[in-house]
Design a protein around this ligand. Structure first.
Ligand code: NAP
Length: 237
């Protein structure tokens, strides 16, 4: 298939749902081959990516299926609202394991493959809470701040090998992750709809389209960058 990502071979995690599913669709529409991973659902590789060897197995399976790898979009993530004093150690560590440690392991395992091409791409998923905090989101915000910092360091380290690393920071996006919170706290949904100057929640496609750009040759000189994709919400006081 021809397209601006023709010839690219990508891993997308969290591809069974929400943003990851939209990213897989969009990259394919642009001509990329995509190897999908998630805990469950219609994906190529099903695993809990916090298992210590899961990311190494994922990279090996993807390289075998596609004959190599140049693009990485780790979208798997978890979030839930917990007041600080309700965060037990296990929950806090679980959020860091899924949202940060699994991303670190995937990037580490994929790096030797991405370095070979002169056009390697890593697009991590941060959040507006990579730059700000929010009530009830201590663990999540800590993990997403860390993902942004991690991405900047990866950009510094892998840049000399032709690999870019960027961090997309979505605002409030209508996905299965946010649906329970919006159902339980309708005022929270209205808050985010009104905070964005574009006056709506984001859709998974809003994020996927930006990620496809960052994976493409058009973004060849963009690296080490966190990019809010939030309808302008964070620009407003
Ligand atoms: P989603 O619809 O819940 O998708 C996340 C996917 O990751 C789910 O399929 C989930 O599986 C999977 N996953 C969770 N833990 C995993 C694990 N240990 N191993 C493998 N897969 C795992 O959520 P989303 O809204 O699309 O979120 C995608 C990314 O965007 C996340 O990193 C999230 O933090 C980020 N983000 C989302 C928003 C938003 O407003 N939605 C805003 C900012 C950033 P299960 O469903 O089976 O748990």
């Amino acid at each position: 298939m021809s397209g601006r990502l023709s010839g690219r071979r990508a891993i997308v995690t969290g591809a069974g749902s929400g943003i990851g599913a939209a990213v897989a669709l969009r990259l394919r529409a642009d001509g990329a081959r995509v190897f999908t991973a998630d805990l469950q659902g219609e994906v190529d590789f099903r695993a809990d990516l916090t298992e210590p060897d899961a990311n190494a197995r994922l990279v090996a399976a993807a390289c075998q299926a596609m004959g190599g790898l140049d693009t990485l979009v780790p979208c798997a993530g978890i979030s839930a609202f917990h007041p600080l004093e309700a965060h037990d150690d296990a929950y806090f560590l679980r959020v860091l394991e899924v949202n940060l440690v699994a991303v670190f392991r995937l990037v580490r395992e994929a790096a030797p493959h991405l370095k070979g091409h002169g056009a390697g791409r890593i697009v991590t998923i941060g959040s507006t809470t990579s730059s700000f905090g929010d009530e009830g989101l201590c663990a999540y915000s800590a993990s997403k701040h860390a993902v942004l910092g991690f991405t900047k360091s990866v950009a510094a380290e892998l840049g000399p090998f032709g690999v870019t690393a960027t961090c997309v920071q979505p605002g409030a996006i209508d996905t299965p992750m946010t649906a329970p919170a919006f159902e339980q706290m309708p005022e929270y949904k209205v808050f985010w709809e009104n905070k964005a100057p574009l006056r709506r929640l984001g859709r998974p496609e809003d994020i996927a389209d930006v990620i496809a750009f960052l994976c493409s040759d058009d973004a060849r000189f963009v690296s080490g960058h966190g990019l809010w994709v939030d309808g302008g919400a964070m620009a407003r006081h």
